[in-house]
Design a protein around this ligand. Structure first.
Ligand SMILES: CCCCCCCCC/C=C/C(=O)SCCNC(=O)CCNC(=O)[C@H](O)C(C)(C)COP(=O)(O)OP(=O)(O)OC[C@H]1O[C@@H](n2cnc3c(N)ncnc32)[C@H](O)[C@@H]1OP(=O)(O)O
Length: 304
């Protein structure tokens, strides 16, 4: 197989704009005593992701801005990993809230066009980036909260499941779940493990086999999300939950998180290359390619 660019090389090439000082855009006014100078807020953005770090609280907001549906393309995944790594290495940052800047969609999951009609090398590179995103997010030392302000199927649901806490907008039109089976594909073992760790084996087994997508109120009932709030309260609620989690000493929380997640993370790390090869041989099968093409056509027809 031809050499593929490593994530490090992609990061070097990506041209993330340098850190710059920005006026604060969210959440501070209520906490800042009048008359005091604002503590610095640092922001950085690349094409598909916007990050603002409020140094006074140690909380960053990461917003997905890849219209029309925030699909997790190779570029998106690369930018996501770069942004998360920057925050992870920044001592001023202790927690991250993930939300979408695209109305009604949190993320539509893996970009299907990256898995269809491409070379084996491309599939391998794409899958390594998906693995990387999950390893970094699920294994993050920071407190991670998903503020799910729209629909979140498949890989979008994985992003939310990989966080420490999920708050979703109470709109029943927004749905969430691992619907891979509906596309004729299979969620890999580490998607499944992450799902089981949130909702338990029985619900995960049934939901994965049926490829179920759940409207927000149903998702709440079995703990796929932790809370529902009206859209206008989402940010405030996410900040309040974050403050609660950050009230604990970092080291105790981090060691506990690592204890709970280590076995699942280690399993992928130990079988990473095998998982890439499984993905490549599965996704390049003509029958699977046909299912994906049909699914994309179905999405287009739904519009007309
Ligand atoms: C052994 C181990 C083996 C391992 C085996 C392999 C494991 C793989 C695991 C896979 C994980 C995944 O995440 S697979 C991805 C699953 N994702 C989904 O099923 C979501 C599909 N999308 C939707 O349901 C909807 O688009 C939704 C997100 C709700 C938004 O609906 P809307 O009406 O607002 O918008 P639409 O008109 O549908 O979409 C707008 C445009 O975006 C496109 N689009 C939508 N979702 C897209 C997507 N995920 N990737 C690319 N493009 C997408 C549509 O085709 C449209 O394109 P134009 O017509 O050109 O404008």
């Amino acid at each position: 197989m031809a050499a593929v660019p490593t994530l490090a090389r992609r990061i070097a090439r990506s041209g993330v704009r340098p850190l710059c000082r920005w006026p604060l855009a969210w959440g501070r006014a209520a906490r800042q005593p009048p008359g005091l100078p604002l503590a610095p807020c640092r922001a950085f953005s690349n094409n598909k992701i916007l990050v603002e770090l409020d140094e006074s609280s140690g909380v960053a907001m990461m917003k997905f801005k890849s219209p029309p549906v925030n699909s997790l393309s190779l570029d998106f995944l690369t930018e996501f990993c770069i942004s998360l790594e920057k925050l992870e290495n920044d001592r001023a940052c202790r927690g991250v809230i993930f939300a979408s800047a695209v109305p009604r969609i949190f993320s539509s999951g893996l970009d299907i066009t990256e898995m269809s009609g491409k070379s084996m090398e491309h599939y391998a590179e794409f899958w390594r980036a998906v693995q990387e995103m999950w390893l970094r997010l699920y294994g993050s030392n920071m407190v991670t909260i998903a503020a799910v302000n729209g629909s979140s199927p498949a890989g979008g649901c994985l992003v939310a499941l990989s966080c420490d806490y999920r708050i979703m907008v109470e709109n029943p039109k927004f749905s969430i779940g691992l619907n891979e089976a509906q596309l004729g594909i299979v969620a890999p073992f580490w998607f499944k493990d992450t799902f089981v760790n949130v909702v338990g084996h029985r619900i995960a087994e049934r939901s994965l086999q049926l490829g179920s997508l759940y409207p927000a109120p149903e998702a709440l009932k079995f703990g796929l999300v932790d809370e529902l709030v009206p859209e206008e309260k989402l940010q405030e609620k996410a900040m309040a939950v974050m403050a609660q989690w950050l009230a604990l000493p970092d080291h105790a929380r981090q060691l506990t998180k690592s204890m709970m997640r280590k076995a699942v993370l280690d399993r992928l790390v130990a079988h990473r290359e095998e998982d890439v090869q499984n993905f490549v041989s599965f996704i390049s099968k003509e029958s699977i390619q046909k299912s994906l093409r049909m699914y994309m056509e179905m999405l287009k027809k739904k519009k007309s």
